[in-house]
Design a protein around this ligand. Structure first.
Ligand SMILES: [Zn+2]
Ligand SMILES: [Zn+2]
Length: 316
Protein backbone atom coordinates (compact mmCIF):
# COMPACT_ATOMS: atom_id res chain seq x y z
CA UNK A 1 0.00 0.00 0.00
CA UNK A 2 1.24 3.45 -0.89
CA UNK A 3 1.49 6.47 1.38
CA UNK A 4 -1.64 7.72 -0.32
CA UNK A 5 -3.57 4.58 0.65
CA UNK A 6 -2.41 4.76 4.26
CA UNK A 7 -3.39 8.39 4.57
CA UNK A 8 -6.75 7.67 2.93
CA UNK A 9 -7.44 4.86 5.44
CA UNK A 10 -6.26 7.14 8.24
CA UNK A 11 -8.64 9.87 7.16
CA UNK A 12 -11.53 7.41 6.97
CA UNK A 13 -10.75 6.07 10.45
CA UNK A 14 -10.62 9.60 11.81
CA UNK A 15 -13.95 10.35 10.21
CA UNK A 16 -15.46 7.21 11.74
CA UNK A 17 -14.22 8.16 15.22
CA UNK A 18 -15.43 11.71 14.76
CA UNK A 19 -18.89 10.57 13.69
CA UNK A 20 -19.38 7.93 16.35
CA UNK A 21 -20.74 10.25 19.01
CA UNK A 22 -22.21 12.87 16.79
CA UNK A 23 -25.89 12.42 16.22
CA UNK A 24 -27.23 13.71 12.89
CA UNK A 25 -25.65 16.92 11.70
CA UNK A 26 -27.87 19.89 12.38
CA UNK A 27 -27.76 22.60 9.79
CA UNK A 28 -29.49 25.85 10.42
CA UNK A 29 -31.53 25.97 7.24
CA UNK A 30 -35.00 27.18 8.11
CA UNK A 31 -37.44 24.37 7.41
CA UNK A 32 -40.64 25.64 8.98
CA UNK A 33 -42.14 28.99 9.93
CA UNK A 34 -42.04 27.82 13.55
CA UNK A 35 -39.11 29.32 15.48
CA UNK A 36 -40.55 28.80 18.96
CA UNK A 37 -42.61 26.12 20.67
CA UNK A 38 -44.72 26.60 23.80
CA UNK A 39 -46.27 23.56 25.51
CA UNK A 40 -48.92 24.05 28.19
CA UNK A 41 -49.60 20.90 30.18
CA UNK A 42 -52.83 21.25 32.13
CA UNK A 43 -52.59 18.77 34.96
CA UNK A 44 -55.23 16.10 35.15
CA UNK A 45 -58.51 17.12 33.52
CA UNK A 46 -60.44 14.26 31.91
CA UNK A 47 -61.14 14.46 28.19
CA UNK A 48 -64.84 14.26 29.09
CA UNK A 49 -64.58 17.70 30.74
CA UNK A 50 -62.46 19.35 28.03
CA UNK A 51 -63.07 18.57 24.36
CA UNK A 52 -65.28 15.60 25.13
CA UNK A 53 -68.13 17.54 26.71
CA UNK A 54 -70.97 18.17 24.29
CA UNK A 55 -70.80 21.97 24.19
CA UNK A 56 -67.16 22.29 25.29
CA UNK A 57 -68.49 24.72 27.88
CA UNK A 58 -65.44 24.41 30.16
CA UNK A 59 -62.92 25.39 27.49
CA UNK A 60 -64.51 28.28 25.57
CA UNK A 61 -61.14 29.88 24.75
CA UNK A 62 -59.65 26.73 23.19
CA UNK A 63 -62.91 25.99 21.40
CA UNK A 64 -62.88 29.50 19.95
CA UNK A 65 -59.26 29.09 18.83
CA UNK A 66 -60.06 25.85 16.98
CA UNK A 67 -60.73 27.86 13.80
CA UNK A 68 -57.00 28.78 13.86
CA UNK A 69 -55.75 25.43 15.08
CA UNK A 70 -56.37 21.71 15.28
CA UNK A 71 -57.47 19.14 17.79
CA UNK A 72 -56.37 15.51 17.99
CA UNK A 73 -59.47 13.66 19.05
CA UNK A 74 -57.76 10.42 20.07
CA UNK A 75 -54.74 11.30 22.18
CA UNK A 76 -53.48 9.06 24.96
CA UNK A 77 -51.12 8.59 27.83
CA UNK A 78 -50.15 4.95 27.20
CA UNK A 79 -47.69 4.83 30.10
CA UNK A 80 -48.07 5.46 33.82
CA UNK A 81 -50.93 7.93 34.41
CA UNK A 82 -49.29 10.01 37.14
CA UNK A 83 -47.83 13.53 36.96
CA UNK A 84 -44.07 12.95 36.61
CA UNK A 85 -44.27 9.93 34.29
CA UNK A 86 -46.86 11.74 32.12
CA UNK A 87 -44.79 14.92 31.82
CA UNK A 88 -41.67 12.82 31.25
CA UNK A 89 -43.26 11.05 28.25
CA UNK A 90 -44.22 14.47 26.82
CA UNK A 91 -40.59 15.67 27.15
CA UNK A 92 -38.45 12.62 26.41
CA UNK A 93 -40.61 10.53 24.08
CA UNK A 94 -40.19 7.53 26.36
CA UNK A 95 -42.71 5.98 28.76
CA UNK A 96 -40.45 6.01 31.77
CA UNK A 97 -42.10 4.70 34.98
CA UNK A 98 -40.48 7.47 37.02
CA UNK A 99 -41.05 8.06 40.71
CA UNK A 100 -43.88 10.56 41.02
CA UNK A 101 -42.34 12.58 43.88
CA UNK A 102 -39.46 14.25 42.05
CA UNK A 103 -36.82 11.94 43.53
CA UNK A 104 -35.83 10.42 40.20
CA UNK A 105 -34.46 11.96 37.00
CA UNK A 106 -35.72 10.70 33.63
CA UNK A 107 -33.65 7.84 32.19
CA UNK A 108 -33.33 9.63 28.86
CA UNK A 109 -32.66 13.24 27.86
CA UNK A 110 -35.64 15.28 26.75
CA UNK A 111 -36.31 18.04 24.26
CA UNK A 112 -34.65 20.74 26.41
CA UNK A 113 -31.20 19.20 26.65
CA UNK A 114 -31.32 18.07 23.01
CA UNK A 115 -32.40 21.51 21.80
CA UNK A 116 -29.63 23.30 23.73
CA UNK A 117 -27.01 20.75 22.74
CA UNK A 118 -27.72 20.28 19.06
CA UNK A 119 -28.87 23.81 18.26
CA UNK A 120 -26.02 25.36 20.30
CA UNK A 121 -28.41 27.48 22.34
CA UNK A 122 -27.78 29.27 25.65
CA UNK A 123 -29.57 27.44 28.49
CA UNK A 124 -32.24 30.11 29.11
CA UNK A 125 -33.60 29.62 25.57
CA UNK A 126 -35.26 26.42 26.86
CA UNK A 127 -37.35 27.02 29.96
CA UNK A 128 -39.49 24.85 32.26
CA UNK A 129 -42.06 26.77 34.33
CA UNK A 130 -44.29 24.67 36.56
CA UNK A 131 -46.66 25.07 39.48
CA UNK A 132 -45.47 21.71 40.84
CA UNK A 133 -41.94 21.85 42.27
CA UNK A 134 -41.25 18.16 41.59
CA UNK A 135 -41.28 18.72 37.82
CA UNK A 136 -37.85 20.37 37.85
CA UNK A 137 -36.49 16.85 37.15
CA UNK A 138 -37.59 17.24 33.51
CA UNK A 139 -34.56 19.42 32.80
CA UNK A 140 -32.01 16.70 33.50
CA UNK A 141 -31.48 12.98 32.99
CA UNK A 142 -29.67 9.99 34.46
CA UNK A 143 -28.25 9.15 31.03
CA UNK A 144 -24.44 9.17 31.03
CA UNK A 145 -23.14 11.62 28.45
CA UNK A 146 -26.17 13.87 28.99
CA UNK A 147 -26.48 14.02 32.78
CA UNK A 148 -25.87 17.55 34.14
CA UNK A 149 -25.07 18.83 30.63
CA UNK A 150 -26.99 21.36 28.51
CA UNK A 151 -29.56 21.85 31.25
CA UNK A 152 -32.36 24.34 30.61
CA UNK A 153 -33.46 27.05 33.03
CA UNK A 154 -36.36 26.13 35.26
CA UNK A 155 -38.77 27.89 37.59
CA UNK A 156 -40.68 25.20 39.50
CA UNK A 157 -42.75 25.35 42.67
CA UNK A 158 -42.85 27.76 45.61
CA UNK A 159 -39.09 28.42 45.79
CA UNK A 160 -38.71 28.28 41.98
CA UNK A 161 -35.76 25.90 42.40
CA UNK A 162 -37.72 22.66 42.57
CA UNK A 163 -38.43 22.82 46.31
CA UNK A 164 -41.02 24.30 48.69
CA UNK A 165 -44.11 22.54 47.36
CA UNK A 166 -46.74 23.49 44.80
CA UNK A 167 -47.54 27.12 44.07
CA UNK A 168 -50.74 28.69 42.76
CA UNK A 169 -51.22 28.73 39.00
CA UNK A 170 -51.76 32.50 39.25
CA UNK A 171 -48.14 32.86 40.46
CA UNK A 172 -46.91 30.55 37.71
CA UNK A 173 -48.75 32.76 35.21
CA UNK A 174 -46.94 35.88 36.44
CA UNK A 175 -43.63 34.08 36.06
CA UNK A 176 -44.51 32.87 32.55
CA UNK A 177 -45.35 36.37 31.32
CA UNK A 178 -42.20 37.80 32.89
CA UNK A 179 -40.00 35.10 31.33
CA UNK A 180 -41.60 35.59 27.91
CA UNK A 181 -40.81 39.31 28.17
CA UNK A 182 -37.29 39.12 29.53
CA UNK A 183 -35.78 35.81 28.31
CA UNK A 184 -37.61 35.12 25.05
CA UNK A 185 -37.21 31.34 25.25
CA UNK A 186 -37.54 29.38 22.00
CA UNK A 187 -38.82 26.36 23.88
CA UNK A 188 -41.13 26.94 26.84
CA UNK A 189 -42.76 24.11 28.78
CA UNK A 190 -45.49 24.93 31.29
CA UNK A 191 -47.43 23.00 33.93
CA UNK A 192 -50.66 24.37 35.46
CA UNK A 193 -51.84 22.23 38.33
CA UNK A 194 -55.29 23.30 39.51
CA UNK A 195 -57.65 20.79 37.85
CA UNK A 196 -55.59 18.01 39.47
CA UNK A 197 -55.51 19.69 42.89
CA UNK A 198 -59.27 20.30 43.02
CA UNK A 199 -59.89 16.78 41.72
CA UNK A 200 -57.89 15.23 44.55
CA UNK A 201 -59.77 17.44 47.01
CA UNK A 202 -63.01 15.83 45.71
CA UNK A 203 -64.26 19.35 44.93
CA UNK A 204 -66.28 18.81 41.78
CA UNK A 205 -67.21 22.48 41.37
CA UNK A 206 -63.65 23.60 42.01
CA UNK A 207 -62.39 21.02 39.49
CA UNK A 208 -64.64 22.42 36.75
CA UNK A 209 -63.80 26.01 37.72
CA UNK A 210 -60.09 25.17 37.49
CA UNK A 211 -60.56 23.77 33.97
CA UNK A 212 -62.24 27.06 33.02
CA UNK A 213 -59.53 29.11 34.71
CA UNK A 214 -56.65 27.29 33.02
CA UNK A 215 -58.49 27.76 29.70
CA UNK A 216 -58.54 31.50 30.43
CA UNK A 217 -54.77 31.31 31.06
CA UNK A 218 -54.29 29.62 27.68
CA UNK A 219 -55.98 32.64 26.10
CA UNK A 220 -53.76 35.10 27.99
CA UNK A 221 -50.59 33.25 26.93
CA UNK A 222 -51.69 32.98 23.31
CA UNK A 223 -52.59 36.69 23.18
CA UNK A 224 -49.21 37.57 24.65
CA UNK A 225 -47.41 35.43 22.06
CA UNK A 226 -49.35 36.98 19.21
CA UNK A 227 -48.71 40.52 20.42
CA UNK A 228 -44.93 40.05 20.65
CA UNK A 229 -43.05 40.37 17.32
CA UNK A 230 -40.53 37.78 18.56
CA UNK A 231 -43.30 35.16 18.78
CA UNK A 232 -46.08 36.34 16.48
CA UNK A 233 -46.85 33.95 13.61
CA UNK A 234 -43.70 31.92 14.26
CA UNK A 235 -44.69 30.08 17.39
CA UNK A 236 -46.40 26.72 17.76
CA UNK A 237 -48.56 26.32 20.85
CA UNK A 238 -49.55 22.88 22.17
CA UNK A 239 -52.09 22.27 24.93
CA UNK A 240 -52.13 18.80 26.43
CA UNK A 241 -52.40 16.90 29.73
CA UNK A 242 -50.18 14.56 31.73
CA UNK A 243 -53.08 12.22 32.49
CA UNK A 244 -56.85 12.16 32.86
CA UNK A 245 -58.76 10.83 35.87
CA UNK A 246 -60.82 7.69 36.55
CA UNK A 247 -64.01 7.51 34.52
CA UNK A 248 -67.27 7.93 36.40
CA UNK A 249 -68.33 4.75 38.20
CA UNK A 250 -64.76 3.41 38.32
CA UNK A 251 -63.16 3.53 41.80
CA UNK A 252 -63.55 7.10 43.12
CA UNK A 253 -64.15 8.62 39.68
CA UNK A 254 -62.80 12.12 39.03
CA UNK A 255 -61.09 12.29 42.45
CA UNK A 256 -58.11 10.07 41.56
CA UNK A 257 -56.08 8.72 38.66
CA UNK A 258 -53.16 6.40 38.01
CA UNK A 259 -54.42 3.20 36.41
CA UNK A 260 -55.17 2.27 32.81
CA UNK A 261 -58.90 3.02 32.72
CA UNK A 262 -60.14 4.97 29.71
CA UNK A 263 -60.64 8.10 31.85
CA UNK A 264 -57.01 8.12 32.95
CA UNK A 265 -55.58 7.30 29.51
CA UNK A 266 -57.51 9.63 27.25
CA UNK A 267 -56.28 13.23 27.21
CA UNK A 268 -56.38 16.25 24.91
CA UNK A 269 -54.02 17.60 22.29
CA UNK A 270 -54.76 20.99 20.81
CA UNK A 271 -52.29 22.94 18.67
CA UNK A 272 -51.99 26.25 16.86
CA UNK A 273 -49.08 26.53 14.48
CA UNK A 274 -48.12 28.51 11.38
CA UNK A 275 -47.07 25.11 9.98
CA UNK A 276 -50.16 23.07 10.90
CA UNK A 277 -53.59 22.60 9.39
CA UNK A 278 -56.32 24.89 10.65
CA UNK A 279 -59.84 24.28 11.82
CA UNK A 280 -59.58 20.49 11.69
CA UNK A 281 -60.18 17.61 14.04
CA UNK A 282 -57.61 14.86 13.48
CA UNK A 283 -59.08 11.37 13.78
CA UNK A 284 -55.91 9.25 13.81
CA UNK A 285 -54.90 8.11 17.30
CA UNK A 286 -51.63 9.55 18.63
CA UNK A 287 -50.01 9.44 22.03
CA UNK A 288 -47.84 11.42 24.43
CA UNK A 289 -44.48 10.16 23.15
CA UNK A 290 -45.34 11.51 19.67
CA UNK A 291 -45.31 15.11 20.94
CA UNK A 292 -41.55 15.52 21.58
CA UNK A 293 -40.74 13.91 18.20
CA UNK A 294 -43.03 16.43 16.53
CA UNK A 295 -41.45 19.34 18.46
CA UNK A 296 -37.98 18.12 17.45
CA UNK A 297 -39.09 18.10 13.82
CA UNK A 298 -40.57 21.62 14.05
CA UNK A 299 -37.43 23.09 15.65
CA UNK A 300 -35.16 20.88 13.57
CA UNK A 301 -33.07 19.05 16.19
CA UNK A 302 -32.51 15.34 16.85
CA UNK A 303 -34.11 13.56 19.81
CA UNK A 304 -31.86 10.50 19.87
CA UNK A 305 -33.76 8.40 22.41
CA UNK A 306 -37.34 9.37 21.61
CA UNK A 307 -39.57 6.41 20.72
CA UNK A 308 -42.51 8.38 19.36
CA UNK A 309 -43.30 9.34 15.80
CA UNK A 310 -43.61 12.69 14.09
CA UNK A 311 -47.30 13.50 13.66
CA UNK A 312 -46.90 14.40 9.99
CA UNK A 313 -50.64 14.52 9.51
CA UNK A 314 -50.77 17.74 11.56
CA UNK A 315 -48.55 19.59 9.07
CA UNK A 316 -49.98 21.70 6.31
ZN1 LIG B 1 -52.91 13.95 40.64
ZN1 LIG C 1 -58.35 5.44 35.99
Amino acid sequence: MSWFHYSLIGTLLLLLVACKDEIPQVDNEPVYKTKNVVVIVIDGPRYSETWGSSRRENIPVRNGLLSEGLMVEQFFNNGVTFTNPGHCALCTGVYDPLANNGSQLPHYPGIFQSFIRYKHQPPYKAYIVTSKDKLYVLGNTQKPGYKNLNRPYFDCGVNTNGTGGYRADSITMEHILHILDTRKPHLLFINLKDPDSYGHAADSMGYIRAINKTDEYVGIIWDRLQSDPFYKDQTTLFITNDHGRHRNGHLDGFVSHGDNCSGCRRIELFAISPDFKKNVVIQTPYEQIDLPSTIAELLHFPLPYGKGKVMWELFE
